[in-house]
Design a binder for this molecule. Structure first.
Ligand code: AMP
Length: 425
């Protein structure tokens, strides 16, 4: 038997109803904040990720699905391609390629699969889905102002509340300006010098290549060493920015905790970094992360374009929802049961009328007995069955049967949709 590849999975009904519910809420909430959708390709040139995410990150150094193109055209041959491990790089590439700065401030969002060769476990997959948004603009569009950071965090709170997720926690930090980060990296390198040999292999490597990344380490034995490492010293500008962001969050009653150890997995972050976790999730409890990336456009050959964005792990958001709220119903509102010669066509006609009025309708086939049809309807979770027989069609009045109580009433055709809608509530 051929099975789905390790770390990938099928999303099946009824779970997909929850995914649709999440995506519909995302589109509504993001729209209210004036974001618009962008769709970028699922694969890009490998160089895009090594230059933006960073060579020394776990993602680029060991988790990317990369291959060499073997196209016939000379121009394709040997090109290194990669399944996108995240979507910010693709969005910024598109921003540069299509000169989107000419449109002023860009507020873009995406929903789609990402790929990382991680060790699979609950809440961690090799193909997973992210919902993300990016605010990118020129310095004159105000995209680097603290208000933008706060607006993005406010939008995330609105979304989580809208979805009914209650156990969220927000942690924020400032990663400073590039010079602060470089100085901090050196300070960490120095501090690690005498102790790195006693740490895990990854940290020993990081201590040489990219010391800041030791904060990603999850090995328990390394944590006491990591806790004693120095803190980042922020430049005046970066500190003022962070203080302003915090003041705005306080003024809109958005609760957060400052976590000085929050560095985030990608190299391109500057200033504000943040993460939302969910208490109900267990080990993989980060539902989303994001931050500011003021130098990313320039690093990819574009103009100065400060930006801030985030990526929500949709798989984890759905898991959190499954823990916190009852399932979204995927049952039909009504089941049309045709009985007798020629009634399939009449049933289809009636189903069509009801569907046009916004009801979810399933249609039975008259080759089964009515009893059997009603059993199927109950199994599907339909609340009502509509019996379509010759007499009913003639009288233009149909038997509406409540499948939970067994109660049955006669309802004229033109009142059916309304009746089912009202009874549904
Ligand atoms: P990152 O791009 O690493 O900042 O991740 C942003 C969010 O995506 C995380 O907070 C997770 O919710 C989610 N995520 C990252 N990697 C995975 C994965 N392998 N499987 C499922 N969700 C993931």
């Amino acid at each position: 038997m051929i099975k789905a590849v390790r770390g990938t999975r099928d999303l099946l009904p009824p779970d997909t109803a929850l995914w649709n519910f999440v995506e519909a809420a995302v589109r509504d909430v993001f729209r209210a904040y004036n974001f618009q959708e962008i769709r970028t390709p699922i694969f890009e040139s490998t160089e895009l990720f090594s230059r933006s995410v960073g060579e020394e990150t776990d993602i680029v150094s060991k988790e990317m699905y990369t291959w060499e193109d073997r196209g016939r055209a000379e121009s394709d041959k040997g090109q290194a391609l990669t399944l996108r491990p995240e979507n910010t790089a693709g969005v910024v590439r598109a921003y540069i390629e299509h000169k989107l700065w000419e449109r002023g401030l860009n507020k873009l969002y995406y929903i789609g699969p990402q790929f990382r060769r991680e060790r699979p476990q609950k809440g961690r997959y090799r193909q997973f889905y992210q919902i993300g948004a990016e605010v990118i603009g020129s310095p004159s569009s105000g995209s680097q102002r603290p208000l933008r950071d706060a607006e993005v965090l406010d939008m995330l709170r609105t979304l989580l509340e809208h979805l009914g997720i209650k156990n969220w926690n927000l942690e924020i930090n400032s990663l400073g300006d590039p010079e602060d980060r470089a100085n901090f990296n050196e300070a960490i390198r120095t501090a690690l010098g005498p102790v790195a040999a006693g740490m895990c292999v990854d940290c020993q490597r990081r201590a040489v290549t990219n010391p800041l990344r030791v904060f990603d380490c999850k090995v328990p034995a390394d944590q006491p060493i990591i806790e004693r490492l120095p803190r980042m010293v922020l430049s005046d500008d970066a500190r003022t920015h962070f203080e302003n962001v915090r003041a705005i969050l306080d003024s809109i009653d958005l609760p957060y905790k400052v976590n000085h150890r929050l560095v985030r997995g990608l190299d391109y972050y500057t200033r504000t970094a943040f993460e939302f976790t969910d208490g109900a999730l267990g080990a993989q409890n980060a539902i989303l992360g994001g931050g500011r990336y003021d130098g990313l456009s320039e690093a990819l050959g574009g103009p100065e374009a400060p930006g801030i964005g985030f990526a929500i792990g949709e798989d984890r958001l759905v898991l959190a929802l499954q823990q916190e709220r009852s399932a979204v119903s995927s049952a039909p509102d009504a089941y049309v049961a045709p009985v007798g010669e020629g009634m399939n066509r009449e049933g289809l006609k009636l189903a069509r009328e009801l569907r046009e009025k916004g009801l979810v309708v399933e249609l039975g086939d008259r080759s089964s007995k009515l009893k059997k049809l009603l059993e199927i309807a109950s199994k599907l979770g339909a609340r009502y069955a509509l019996i379509v027989g010759e007499n009913e069609v003639e009288a233009d009045t149909f038997a509406l049967k409540n499948l939970e109580t067994g109660e049955q009433v006669s309802v004229p055709r033109n009142e059916l949709a309304q009746r089912i809608q009202t009874l549904k509530k």
